[in-house]
Design a protein around this ligand. Structure first.
Ligand SMILES: Nc1nc2c(ncn2[C@@H]2O[C@H](COP(=O)(O)OP(=O)(O)OP(=O)(O)O)[C@@H](O)[C@H]2O)c(=O)[nH]1
Length: 232
């Protein structure tokens, strides 16, 4: 069993992993996403990968100075590798909605949610999620955390927005659910009634494409079921 660190505070990302058999240690990156976005010259998909990689690298740095006790315990329980270090997988993500070529992140307020929905109701948009996966060699004794491999990739899903009435939109805003999610849309909550169709995998919309993460983990030489917290 290989311990997994999720470099994200996202409840949806955590839920996706736990539902798939992985019980991640959560280490939030606290990266200044706005600063990275303000100086980024690439397109929206590339921006999501730049942001996921920044989050991954920020958490790797934090692991170098302080390894969470739960991670130490899991790494010890998993047993040392050949050179005494423990293999740990780190996963980071970043999701943005692309509308008219521009990134739409978390609206944060009722007013911004209203603006976003007014612009996108009845239209197709694309939800991009950048993923960064790193294989780390963690040596709790020597307090080292070396990157054996790190790869980023993104997935994109088309989203056809519904047309909530003005009263429905105000009711949705009153739940405050859309404030903290990319593109002010939730396919797994109150907002599910306002998304008409998806073109691509729904996990990308929620924030973490498992088949893509599995491909990255496998390409880096690991066996996906080894990430499951309790293999029968
Ligand atoms: N539950 C749910 N969450 C969504 C949906 N669409 C986007 N999100 C969330 O919107 C958030 C996008 O913001 P990000 O910057 O990628 O991630 P975050 O929540 O700020 O967390 P960090 O990874 O720590 O930055 C993520 O938490 C996604 O899981 C959805 O349909 N349902």
């Amino acid at each position: 069993m290989i311990p997994v660190v999720l470099a994200s505070q996202s409840p949806a990302r955590r839920q996706i992993l736990t539902a798939s058999g992985i019980d991640p240690v959560i280490v939030v990156s606290h990266v200044d996403e706005a600063a990275i976005e303000a100086s980024f010259a690439g397109d929206v998909p590339e921006l999501t990968c730049a942001l996921s990689e920044a989050k991954a690298r920020a958490v790797i740095e934090s692991l170098r100075t302080r390894t969470p006790p739960q991670l130490l315990a899991e790494a010890d329980a998993a047993g040392p590798g050949a050179d005494g270090a423990r293999t740990v997988v780190l996963i980071a993500g970043d999701s943005l909605l692309e509308l008219d070529g521009r990134p739409v992140g978390k609206p944060g307020t009722a007013e911004r949610t209203r603006e976003v929905w007014t612009a996108m109701a009845g239209r197709w948009a694309t939800l991009h999620t950048g993923h960064t996966v790193a294989v780390l060699d963690v040596d709790p004794g020597r307090r080292t955390c070396e990157v054996r491999d790190l790869r980023s990739a993104r997935s994109s899903t088309g989203v056809l927005m519904g047309r909530p009435s003005e009263a429905e939109l105000e009711a949705y805003i009153a739940t405050e659910e859309p404030f903290g999610v990319a593109g002010a849309l939730t396919i797994d909550g109150f907002g599910g009634a306002f998304v008409d169709r998806l073109d691509g995998d729904h996990l990308t919309v929620l924030g973490l494409s498992l088949p893509l993460v599995r491909r990255l983990v496998t390409d880096m030489g690991l066996f996906w079921p080894d990430l499951w917290s309790s293999r029968r």
